[in-house]
Write a protein that binds this ligand. Structure first.
Ligand SMILES: C[S@@+](CC[C@H](N)C(=O)[O-])C[C@H]1O[C@@H](n2cnc3c(N)ncnc32)[C@H](O)[C@@H]1O
Length: 273
């Protein structure tokens, strides 16, 4: 089959699983051929696609709702590309805002020692470590799969001497003094309806925060306060501001600022204890 015929076939296969079937077919064919999309258009009638059965297998995976990022094993986040595979959450664009929030605190307060709860692929810690060369980070995760993937990404960016990993619940067992904790914890309610590409492929330990969804966020606030750490910056669900505000008021926490995402939805908070 030519490139054009292959794309026609593939976009037909992706019609029910993808919003933009032709675009996704092009991305996967470009990946299969180690070329870019411009090349596909320039050679659509003259090149024959080799190893078509391998490409068909990629299309079958995407047609079964597997995320594109797991199929190609990578994703773009902030200013870097990260390795991802099943077992770790695919970092979301809104989490880039959490990095900007934390960056301004690190800059303003000259912080050199922070912790991340739930490092996942390494997205937040790696971007922060690259932005701030004096920064040391202790990062935890409860999932061994996530920590293995984070380790691989940390090694790729040669940051193993500045990001220490630990498999633990929240900050349990961490004694080192840190000035700030950042976290994008699981915050979805256990019965929330999620799309197949999320619920059937992404790790549930990375998605669900409890019956209501904000249980882990609340545990994080309590742990950070108990440890007398100055700052906490967390991502949260767009509908969790009221319950977090109430919880913080009940705890008597003085300074909190909520921030919005680019769609104008409540997306996270910063606490200075
Ligand atoms: C929403 S993902 C965020 C991953 C990554 N930080 C990001 O922003 O893409 C939440 C992460 O927290 C981890 N996690 C869940 N429960 C945890 C707990 N009790 N203690 C530490 N990590 C936890 C999950 O395994 C997952 O990697």
């Amino acid at each position: 089959m030519t490139i054009k015929e292959t794309l026609n076939f593939a976009s037909e296969q992706l019609k029910s699983s993808c919003e933009r079937p032709l675009f996704e077919a092009e991305l996967l064919l470009a990946y299969h051929l180690h070329k870019d999309r411009v090349y596909l258009h320039a050679h659509e009638n003259d090149d024959v696609v080799e190893n078509i059965e391998i490409f068909e297998a990629l299309i079958a995976r995407r047609a079964s709702y597997e995320p594109y990022e797991y199929i190609v094993g990578k994703t773009s986040f902030y200013d870097i590309e990260l390795f991802v595979e099943r077992g770790v959450l695919i970092p979301r664009p809104e989490t880039e805002l959490l990095i900007d929030e934390v960056s301004s605190i690190i800059e303003k307060e000259n912080l050199t020692s922070i912790a991340e709860i739930g490092i996942g692929s390494g997205a937040i810690s790696i971007v922060l470590a690259r932005k701030f060369p004096s920064l040391k980070i202790i990062a935890t995760d409860i999932s061994a799969d996530a920590l293995n993937i984070a380790k691989k990404n940390i090694e790729t960016f040669r940051l193993s001497d500045r990001i220490a990993l630990m498999q633990t619940n929240l900050l349990d067992g961490i004694d080192a003094k840190v000035d700030l904790v950042v976290s994008n914890p699981p915050y979805i309610a256990h019965d929330a309806l999620l799309e197949s590409n999320v619920i059937d492929y992404e790790p549930h330990t990375a998605l669900f925060g409890g019956d209501i969804g904000d249980e882990l966020l609340k545990q994080i606030i309590i742990q950070v306060r108990e440890r007398k750490i100055s700052y906490l910056a967390c991502e949260m669900g767009y509908d969790q501001k009221a319950s977090m505000e109430l919880f913080l008021t009940q705890l008597g926490v003085q300074y909190t600022r909520f921030y919005d995402d680019l769609a104008g939805l409540n997306r996270g908070f910063i606490i200075k204890f």
